[in-house]
Design a protein around this ligand. Structure first.
Ligand code: PEP
Ligand code: MN
Length: 338
């Protein structure tokens, strides 16, 4: 159940509406917007609540929410959520670009790429310090050293840092260095991790699990939202299908679908979504045409020598060309890229 308070509602009226919700068995969560406050009630309510709420002073309207993801649903917050961190923005008139290597490999590698990312016009730097690798024998990341290097890159360039956190007990450490916490595809349903990331108060980039349905994806986001952190971005990064011409199958219909269901910004990662450098530029442009609010791209100075995911990384020249051609599509969509 969603209670939309009127723009002039007082604090007392809002807390009175929350009290009534509790009385009827719902847990109220506040969504404070620029213009008005929304109270989302989660749980199983006793009958009769709707009429009680509708007549309260300061209440504009009351809406039942049919979607299982109460706080993520568009019904709970009809205006799109825009996430801003430093110069990075996902949603609204801007399509934010997060670019960088799959893994932080060394100080020189990362600082060099950070400068390139800045010059070419992206506003966030990605780079894994804790890497979820299929094989335990593959490079696992530079861990805290990698985080220190990322923070140094932010210091120099001003780019927002997005990096993955793999376990609840690491959230405190990663949050000391990062601006945005990435929850990887393999961890989309790690509920204690989602809650811990939510509680950090930092924006969360949630990647879709390769076999998760849209409802499961949105319910995972709900775990973060329920902590009171409404800064969640949903990232389509490809799913597992029978296809083997690409590493994963990138279903771009999930972009307009999600935008019909949720107010949260939608991000596309064409690098993991295809797993092939040659397919990344086209799918980047297609993602923007489909309505993506932000992009995540893997780049590397020398993809052949990358310590992870080199086969899907763009080299500097390819990154520049991709950004230039994608900016044209963004313009056609009435938005700016970067
Ligand atoms: C990554 O971004 O490098 C990564 C590991 O992504 P995913 O969790 O989508 O596989
Ligand atoms: Mn990767």
């Amino acid at each position: 159940m969603i209670v939309v308070m009127s723009p002039t509602a007082t604090k007392t009226q809002i807390s009175y509406a929350q009290d009534r919700m509790r009385e009827f068995g719902l847990e109220p969560h506040l969504i404070v917007g620029a213009e008005r406050t929304i109270v989302a009630g989660v749980g199983k309510e006793k009958p009769g609540l709707m009429v009680h709420l509708e007549i309260l002073e300061g209440v504009e309207k009351v809406l039942p929410v049919v979607a299982p993801y109460k706080m993520a649903s568009l019904e709970s917050s009809p205006s799109p959520t825009v996430i801003k961190v430093r110069d990075f923005q996902a949603g609204g008139d801007r399509i934010g670009v997060m670019a960088g290597p799959c893994s932080v490999e060394s100080r020189e590698q990362l600082l060099d790429l950070a400068r390139l990312v800045r010059k070419v016009g992206a506003t966030a730097l990605r780079g894994g310090a804790f890497k979820p690798r299929t094989s335990p024998y593959s490079f696992q990341g530079l861990k805290e050293k990698g985080l220190e290097i990322l923070a140094e890159a932010r210091e120099e360039t001003g780019l927002a840092i997005v990096t993955e956190v793999m376990a609840p007990e690491l959230v405190g450490l990663v949050a000391k260095y990062a601006d945005i916490l990435q929850i990887g595809a393999r961890n989309m349903q790690n509920y204690p991790l989602l809650e811990a990331a939510g509680e950090s108060g930092l924006p969360v980039l949630l990647k879709r699990g390769p076999s998760a349905t849209m409802d499961e994806f949105l319910l995972a986001a709900e775990y973060v939202l329920k902590t009171g952190n409404n800064q969640v971005m949903l990232c389509e990064r490809g799913i597992r299908t029978f296809e083997d011409h690409t590493r994963f199958t990138l279903p771009l219909a999930s972009v307009p679908y999600l935008k019909q269901k949720t107010h949260l910004p939608v991000v596309v990662d064409p690098s993991h979504g295809t797993g092939k450098t040659s397919l990344v530029p086209s799918m980047t442009r297609a993602a923007v045409a489909a309505g993506a609010d932000a992009l995540m791209l893997e780049i590397h100075q020398n993809p052949e020598a990358a310590w992870s995911d080199g086969y899907q990384a763009l080299n500097p020249a390819q990154f520049l060309q991709t950004m230039e051609s994608t900016a044209v599509i963004a313009k056609a969509m009435g938005r700016d890229l970067g």
